[in-house]
Design a protein around this ligand. Structure first.
Ligand SMILES: Nc1ncnc2c1ncn2[C@@H]1O[C@H](COP(=O)(O)OP(=O)(O)OP(=O)(O)O)[C@@H](O)[C@H]1O
Ligand SMILES: [Mg+2]
Length: 516
């Protein structure tokens, strides 16, 4: 490369330092400049987040790489790069597994740590499909030189980030207890970006939030994100699944009880509201609450006042409420199953989580994220999606949304593993598995129209011990629901489809039968 082409590629980067660019764009330009200076088939910028490295920009890798997170301890190349503190090359015969081998067959690669303020910020990596592309030592020297400019770019991005955060008075990431263990909200489609923006907006306020969306779209993750980005992030996020408990227990869970308030109330206990004081209470499946419980909740929402069951003492709480449902609550109000005043209190700021089929190629990013989780859990060297499998994923319409995709990938990985030869391949490299289209074909789920063939349970078979008709029917119902839930890995929506029932009715029946 001539000096003038190098200058041509690098000058805009220097100019960018003085510009207020969105972070994504700034990083995209950085990688484009890197590839102009050092021809490679792929480049990535990864940010260090505790014990993880997360790609924040990629150029030339398939989109699922952006959804991945890499635990440093499981990727010796990344660990070495971070420890080296300078540019390093991994020659084609390096026995260390390549983190990108999943999405790409990589044969030559280099990387360099980026430092800001004397601390490692992350990594720049470059990959080539042909061996020997980076054999010339000048390539390594160029990467080292480039990384100094890249460090200036990320320092600028960090400074802007900090400014934006303090302008919104947001706590630093990780301030939320347990926040680190929850998943990031993966997705860059316009629909998800709009949602992320809305989350940031509402998080900064103290308004109650109603999260709606189909089953499996990620409502719970959205609730966690709102809390984590709010001023209450350092306080508790307490969750309750309103569908999982019968009415009298929901009340005691929410408001607490005194000793002897009901049979079994052996000691006094605080409820979720009091536990969430100063923090956030997440009311999941809020559409399942009965009218009397809604009335009691309304009072707390209005005044912050509550009484434990069986007590007349008032407690005052300061709680932000986030609720979620996959029902159309306005329709529930119209049908008389939900109080209008309760609904309006809850839905001060509605957030709609888009269905997976509205999220374009986010499907592949999410698939990449789930593949990496499976790879890590199973200790594999790499897991990749065959291009035909990628196309198949993009073509589906995902009635069960992200949860369905997550389960499909986990099952696909097991199928692919059962086909692949076991043992560690020669050269000490860890095992590499490719998911084909057939691995993702779900014959585990019967077609929606087919009637499932179910064995007749013991209790209903002739000759079983005598019992009333009602008891026998209930026992059979219990068996059917349980079997269907198992077939669908606990998805109520899928079980309801198979049993041709409304999901809420199914859950209510299951509760009555003591199943949920
Ligand atoms: N954007 C996302 N990024 C990463 N994982 C996601 C995303 N959205 C959903 N998931 C994962 O998909 C699964 C389903 O998400 P979640 O339980 O939040 O859905 P839900 O909308 O609450 O569903 P339901 O209405 O059935 O309760 C979870 O394992 C969650 O971690
Ligand atoms: Mg949920």
């Amino acid at each position: 490369m001539t000096t003038s082409t190098a200058l041509h590629a690098l000058t805009p980067l220097v100019a960018d330092l003085a510009q207020d660019l969105p972070e994504r764009e700034r990083f995209r330009r950085l990688l484009a400049a890197l590839r102009a200076v050092l021809p490679a088939d792929a480049a990535a910028l990864l940010r260090l987040e505790g014990e993880w490295l997360r790609p924040v920009a990629i150029d030339g890798l398939v989109p699922d790489a952006l959804g991945r997170r890499f635990r440093i301890a499981e990727h010796p190349r990344f660990a070495q790069l971070l420890a080296a503190g300078q540019a390093m090359r991994f020659a084609p015969d390096s026995p260390l597994p390549d983190p990108y081998d999943g999405p790409l067959e990589v044969h030559d690669c280099m990387g360099c740590v980026l430092q800001t303020g004397g601390l490692p910020w992350g990594l720049l990596t470059l990959d080539a499909l042909d061996p020997g592309r980076f054999a010339d030592p000048a390539a390594l020297a160029a990467l080292q030189a480039f990384s100094n400019l890249a460090a200036a770019t990320v320092t600028t991005a960090e400074r802007l980030r900090r400014l934006a955060r303090s302008a919104r008075a947001l706590p630093a990431p990780g301030a939320a207890p347990g926040g680190e263990s929850s998943r990031p909200l993966i997705g860059q489609s316009p629909a998800m970006r709009a949602l992320q923006k809305d989350i940031a907006l509402v998080a900064a306020s103290d308004l109650n939030v109603l999260i709606t969306g189909e089953t499996g779209t990620g409502k719970e993750l959205v609730a966690q994100a709102v809390h984590a980005q709010s001023a209450r992030a350092g306080r508790a996020l307490v969750s309750i699944n309103c569908a999982a408990l019968p009415d009298n227990l929901v009340e005691s869970e929410l408001f607490g009880h005194v000793r002897g308030a009901f049979t079994g109330a052996l000691s006094e206990r605080s409820g979720k509201f009091e536990q969430a004081d100063q923090g956030t209470l997440f009311l999941d499946e809020v559409g399942e609450l009965s009218l009397p419980v809604q009335a009691k909740l309304l009072r707390v929402l209005q005044s912050g006042q509550l009484q434990r069951l069986g007590s007349d003492r008032e407690h005052h709480v300061d709680v932000r409420v986030i609720a979620a449902t996959n029902r159309d609550l306005a329709a529930e109000v119209a049908a008389g199953r939900m109080r209008a005043d309760f609904f309006h209190r809850l839905s001060v700021y509605p957030l709609r989580v888009p269905a997976l089929r509205e999220r374009d190629s986010d499907v592949l990013m999410l698939a990449g994220f789930f593949l990496e989780e499976n790879r890590s859990r199973l200790g594999l060297g790499g897991l990749r999606l065959h291009p035909a499998a990628q196309s198949a994923l993009l073509a589906q319409d995902w009635p069960g949304n992200v949860r369905e995709l997550e389960h499909l990938i986990s099952r696909g990985v097991l199928r692919a593993l059962s086909r692949a030869p076991s043992g560690t391949p020669a050269g000490g490299r860890a095992r590499m598995v490719t998911l084909g289209q057939a691995d993702l074909q779900d014959d585990a789920q019967p077609p929606a129209t087919a009637t499932p063939t179910l064995p007749v349970p013991q209790a209903a078979s002739p000759g079983a011990s005598p019992q009333g008709l009602r008891e026998a029917v209930e026992s059979y119902e219990r068996h059917l629901i349980d079997a269907s839930l198992q077939r669908h890995h606990g998805s109520w929506a899928a079980a309801a489809r198979e049993l041709q029932m409304d999901r809420a009715n199914l859950q209510r029946l299951a509760r009555r039968l003591g199943l949920a």
